[in-house]
Design a protein around this ligand. Structure first.
Ligand code: CO
Length: 212
């Protein structure tokens, strides 16, 4: 069967399996959503948010774009964060990068990529912020992996800067912000265990940030 038509067949089987486990599954989901997590990850087809976290529909609010960027002027991601923090009251915000990210790889090459240039420039800016550390890494693969991690760190900092995150953290000490990297080769999630307090204290005098 053609893959396109197969999808509707898959969907009917999925509905049947969910209802077999819980007859009210969809009715309950339709009533409300109370996800604990906001997940911001890469659009890469190999990194499916719910699946790698082992979470069901309703358990994670998801935003994905090329190279999991939180751009300060991107109304899309800023709206997602605002809604998740103010209305859904999520407890955790996750930035999840992944090794082997095509967006990060493309940004490492000083090449004209047309419409993608302004987007990738955000990653090139991460490279520039951490140029000393990155250029000191001898192996190209190691440098690439490290840029993936540093990109996650910088996006976590961008999340912390969002006014709604600042406000709610000040009032409730939540949500906390976490950086992860997913490894395409073994399917494992790595918590970078970022010390956001320490990161923020380095830049507080520039941005007037509260602790997260
Ligand atoms: Co990617």
């Amino acid at each position: 069967m053609h893959l396109y038509r197969q999808i509707f067949e898959n969907n009917r089987k999925w509905v049947a399996s969910k209802i077999a486990q819980d007859a009210d599954f969809f009715e309950k989901l339709a009533a409300d959503q109370r996800p604990e997590f906001l997940y911001i990850g890469c659009s890469d087809s190999r990194v499916p948010a719910n699946e790698i976290m082992g979470l069901e529909p309703g358990e994670v609010f998801v935003h994905r774009n090329i190279a999991n960027l939180v751009v300060n002027t991107d109304l899309n991601v800023q709206s997602v964060i605002n809604y998740a923090v103010v209305h859904l009251q999520v407890s955790y915000i996750i930035i999840c990068g992944h090794y082997g990210c095509g967006g990060v790889k493309a940004a490492m090459l000083p090449k004209d990529l047309g419409l993608l240039n302004p987007w990738l420039r955000n990653i090139r800016d991460v490279y520039r912020l951490h140029q000393n550390e990155l250029d000191a890494i001898a192996g190209e693969q190691q440098r690439y992996d490290r840029l993936v991690e540093l990109n996650v760190l910088e996006q976590c900092i961008n999340v912390v800067k969002v006014a709604a995150v600042q406000q709610r953290y000040y009032e409730e000490q939540h949500p906390t912000v976490h950086g992860w990297v997913y490894d395409l080769h073994n399917g494992l999630l790595k918590d970078l265990n970022l010390d956001m307090e320490a990161e923020i204290s380095k830049i507080r005098k520039i941005y007037d940030l509260r602790s997260v």
